[in-house]
Design a protein around this ligand. Structure first.
Ligand code: AMP
Ligand code: MG
Length: 334
């Protein structure tokens, strides 16, 4: 009898330990924000957390879509004066702040130019220089006025959160996870990743950094915990005409797709919206200016993949990045 009780105690404590080691997993997979979203969370409230995450992303998409006729952004872009949500005002303010900080490499008013190239409809074409310079007359973050609860756009101007929405959404998702007591989750909004906490085995999350020339393969792996990891590159959306490839990230100074020594930029920080706006802006800047920005401003880490195939990684994450390619460290030493 005594033996049986002892065995039962041993067995139940074993069960308790093994339960503690593998918390409940919940997942959601769904299309939104022009991409495919996957969310996985571990912990007691994981079901509720992933459901809330999904509905928040769907809610944000309804506010921010540039093509949905019922969105706040669509109304703004079509001369209406909609009542704006706190989320829209916050992201507009943040986007303008990042435009200022990146000297206009990030510019959420680039939409008319993006449309002229066909990136919004997939009817791709090459606008001529006259058309581009006319359109660039309607581009310029400095002309967006935020007046209390209102955003005022000049005639012909349009606002687009395509370069920031997913990163900003990932911050809301991470917040929902934390509110639900989740300590381990992976939120992937089409390559905009938020790796919350650590994996359930106590190790860091392993995030594949896509090979821009063959995006179904990885150029390397980054180990992270509690960080957003966001990549921008022209391999994500582009078209090829007469042997030349044109990508969806536009240099606001020229109206042409950014075309420099880079194939992709990955930004790593605690904030998804910072990573998203910066990865777009640093891709526009090119390798040397991006490295200078990192040295001068900081607050993030990055991985740049050059057209040569070489990879440049800032020293804060250099030790956490593995690749079979040539990898060079960028540090603050002049
Ligand atoms: P991402 O994939 O985050 O680099 O964002 C690219 C998307 O941002 C494009 O599809 C456009 O909607 C928008 N975009 C393109 N160029 C810029 C730019 N220079 N600044 C801000 N948004 C941009
Ligand atoms: Mg971006």
């Amino acid at each position: 009898m005594k033996r049986a009780t002892a065995l039962l105690i041993i067995l139940s404590s074993f069960l308790l330990v093994s339960c503690a080691k593998s918390p409940k997993k919940s997942e959601e997979h769904f299309p939104a924000m022009d991409t495919y979203i996957t969310v996985e969370a571990y912990g007691e409230n994981s079901d509720k957390a992933v459901r809330e995450v999904r509905s928040r992303v769907e809610y944000l998409e309804k506010l921010w879509s540039a093509t949905d006729e019922n969105s706040e952004i669509y109304a703004l872009n079509h001369g209406k004066d909609p009542e704006l949500s706190k989320e829209t005002l916050d992201l507009a303010k943040y986007s303008l702040e990042m435009s200022e900080k990146t000297d206009g490499a990030f510019d959420p008013t680039i939409y008319p130019v993006l449309t002229a190239w066909g990136f919004t409809t997939e009817n791709y074409r090459i606008p001529d220089s006259g058309e581009l310079s006319e359109l660039l007359g309607n581009v310029g973050y400095k002309n967006v006025v935020i007046d209390g609860e209102k955003i005022v756009l000049k005639r012909g101007m349009m606002l687009d959160f395509g370069g920031s929405a997913k990163g900003a959404a990932s911050d809301y998702c991470a917040e929902i996870m934390r509110e639900n007591g989740i300590k381990s989750a992976l939120i992937n909004l089409g390559g905009n990743i938020y790796a919350l906490g650590e994996r359930t085995d106590g190790k860091k999350w392993r995030i594949g950094i896509a090979d821009p020339e063959n995006p179904s393969e990885n150029a390397g792996i980054l180990d992270v915990s509690d960080r957003a990891v966001v990549t921008s590159g022209n391999y994500e959306r582009n078209f090829t005409l007469n042997g030349k490839t044109y990508g969806h990230i536009i240099d606001p100074k020229t109206g042409f797709p950014a075309d420099n020594d880079l194939l992709s930029v990955t930004v790593v920080s605690e904030e998804g919206r910072l990573c998203d706006t910066l990865s777009t802006a640093l891709f526009v800047m090119g390798k040397d200016k991006a490295a200078d920005y990192w040295k001068a401003v900081g607050g993030f880490e990055m991985i740049m993949i050059e057209k040569s195939g070489n990879i440049f990684v800032t020293d804060g994450i250099f030790g956490d990045f593995s690749s079979e390619r040539a990898v060079f460290c960028i540090d603050n030493a002049e």
